[in-house]
Write a protein that binds this ligand. Structure first.
Ligand SMILES: [Zn+2]
Length: 343
């Protein structure tokens, strides 16, 4: 197991060595090639439902090991700091944190993007795009032997997708404020932060909130190098899980609550262009090679992951209201939707 899925080995070690504050459950076990692979859900901090929450997710696509590795490095750092850092201890009295570092262990075991049933989990939600999507890439129901397969129509979501749905419904969406970050890799030359929607080019209702979060990040870390944008600016897709969870959270008595699901897309061309031989390996397209380059990637995103926990903790101090919200809406419409009227 360790050789084929070192990420699960590291997660097991981290759980064994964790301080008492980390709660662990196995939400589902995936059977693949005679192995039984757990999907772990880990929680830290104060579970009080009146407090804000943050969820970190990775490994939805089995090929994209780097997301799981970034999350494991972040989590190990948190657990080590928890033993001595009074500021982190204080933060966790005011915040609920949940982690699913390896959503699709069967896919990672087999080195495939999809899960063992051949389904691309990020096309698996019962939600169709409103406008035209790119052929295949936007999700397809022709065959699980082609990429971006959505699963059969009218079937329940795959078990891995259901684990995510349950975590969002129980641990995040009922809170006054919550954030989710899902870590992926492989798209383009830049590191990107995507927010909804993926199923339509229209703006999503919490656009002012996400713009305020972006401004907060820029003011706090002016040297950052992310492109922050709606996913629809790159491509539209059927079956996006985060759009689906977001819409569910809103219809589920979500008035007055804010749940912002974000995706980190680590730009793989950043490492491929320094080592073009990686172009010819499927793993290489989605993951940096071991060594200093891998370390740099692992280090690069820790600031963003940590910033989000702080932003969730202090949400009441920066979430825009009234005129400030209107200002953010106008700036966001101009920046991302080409809407310059009335500015
Ligand atoms: Zn991905």
């Amino acid at each position: 197991m360790e050789q084929r899925l070192p990420e699960l080995g590291e997660l097991n070690r981290l759980i064994d060595e964790a301080p008492a504050g980390l709660a662990v459950r196995v939400a589902h076990t995936v059977a693949v090639d005679g192995a039984a692979l757990p999907i772990h859900v880990l929680t830290l901090g104060n579970p009080d439902p009146d407090l804000p929450g943050i969820g970190y997710f990775a490994g939805v696509h089995g090929l994209e090991r780097i997301g799981t590795r970034v999350l494991l490095v972040f989590l190990r750092g948190l657990l080590n700091r928890l033993k001595w850092d009074p500021l982190l201890q204080r933060q966790l009295e005011m915040l609920h944190m949940v982690f699913v570092p390896l959503v699709n262990p069967g896919g990672m075991w087999r080195n495939t993007r999809c899960n063992p049933a051949g389904v691309d989990l990020m096309r698996n939600a019962p939600l169709d795009a409103v406008e035209r999507v790119p052929f295949l890439l936007g999700g397809q129901r022709f065959s699980p032997s082609l990429a971006w397969y959505r699963g059969p129509a009218d079937a329940p979501m795959q078990p891995e997708s259901q684990v995510l749905a349950q975590v969002v419904e129980q641990e995040l969406a009922p809170r006054c404020f919550s954030l989710a970050l899902d870590c992926h890799s492989g798209f383009g030359a830049r590191d990107r932060i995507w927010f909804p929607y993926a199923h339509t080019a229209r703006p999503f209702p919490d656009l002012p909130e996400v713009h305020a979060l972006k401004e907060l990040f820029e003011l706090s870390y002016p040297t950052h190098n992310y492109v922050i944008e709606p996913q629809s600016r790159q491509y539209l897709a059927h079956g996006d899980l985060w759009d689906h969870f977001y819409l569910n959270a809103r219809t589920d008595g979500g008035a007055g609550r804010v749940f912002l699901p974000l995706t980190l897309e680590m730009g793989s061309w950043l490492w491929v262009k320094k080592n073009p031989r990686q172009l010819f390996s499927r793993q290489g397209l989605f993951n940096p090679r071991p060594g200093h380059r891998l370390h740099r990637i692992l280090r690069r995103h820790l600031v963003w992951l940590d910033f989000l926990a702080h932003a969730a903790c202090g949400w009441d101090n920066w979430l825009p209201r009234g005129d400030a919200r209107l200002r953010h809406k106008k700036l966001a419409m101009a920046e991302w939707y080409g809407w310059h009227k009335h500015l």
